[in-house]
Design a protein around this ligand. Structure first.
Ligand code: CA
Length: 258
């Protein structure tokens, strides 16, 4: 009676797996849940399919993204108040490096250059301009998005780790700990915990958790219950110091609070 029948989710070892598609999905889900852009990115790329794909990928992860198809005036870029620029090197009316140099006179703007394959001279020029990163064309969008997040984290533009009451979640590295003791969480448990922590003190309904953490309109509340109890087992185990963190809110769902 009342036994939840849920297919076990694959145990993904996030420690070894690095920043997987799961984590990308997690950050996108969390950002959507938060409803605010997590950063502003300017994309300067003359090849329209590339530009459109990059803009779409950025927006899917809740970045505010602005595209330019040719060299803009530096003031047009700065008007957007960007946190990062993705800058193609070869543009119809000039060179991306020249724009980078002009931009840098105004602002320490992180830049990821997109360079042609094997353009060693490009890389040297970019390095001299203090580029934050390069990507050689053709590149995978996932790779670009991983670089974008890495650059912005390094710059402190997006948070590196969540920390509440001695619970730490590092979404990039798939790491979670409480009171210095590592918690072996599945990718879903990690997402769930991060979501609860970002909304600490709020009562969250099971529907809300399904939509925001699983990312689709699921109807099975058992899915939430099963994952919450697994998360509680790991987070609130006897050998982990500290008390209850995930509270049941009768008739609604759950609340994360010390
Ligand atoms: Ca180009």
């Amino acid at each position: 009676m009342g036994q939840a029948k849920i297919a076990p989710e694959p145990e993904i070892n996030l420690k070894r797996g690095g920043s997987s598609a799961d984590l990308q999905e997690a950050s996108a889900t969390i950002a959507r849940a938060m409803g605010e852009p997590i950063g502003r990115v300017v994309v300067i790329e003359d090849e329209q399919p590339v530009r459109d794909a990059v803009l779409a990928a950025l927006r899917a992860e809740r970045f505010a993204a602005t595209g330019f198809e040719d060299l803009p005036r530096p003031t047009d870029v700065l008007a957007v108040a960007p946190d990062l620029a993705i800058l193609d090197v070869l543009l119809p009316s000039g060179n991306g490096f020249e724009l980078a140099r002009l931009l840098r006179q105004h602002q320490e703007l992180p830049i990821i250059f997109l360079t042609a394959r094997d353009a060693v001279a490009d890389r040297v020029a970019g390095l001299e301009l203090g580029a934050d990163d390069y990507l050689v064309k053709p590149f995978a969008l996932e790779e670009l998005m991983a670089r974008v997040r890495a650059v912005l984290r390094r710059r402190g533009a997006i948070p590196q780790v969540l920390e509440v009451e001695r619970v730490i979640v590092d979404e990039e590295h798939g790491f979670a700990a409480r009171a210095g003791r590592e918690l072996a969480l599945t990718s879903t448990e990690l997402r769930l915990l991060a979501f609860l922590m970002r909304h600490r003190g709020q009562a969250l309904s099971k529907d809300q958790l399904l939509t925001q953490v699983w990312g689709y309109d699921a109807y099975d509340h058992n899915l939430v219950e099963v994952h919450i109890s697994a998360l509680r087992r790991k987070l609130e185990a006897d050998e982990v110091s500290g008390g209850r963190l995930i509270h049941t809110v009768r008739g609604i769902g759950y609340r994360f609070s010390p």
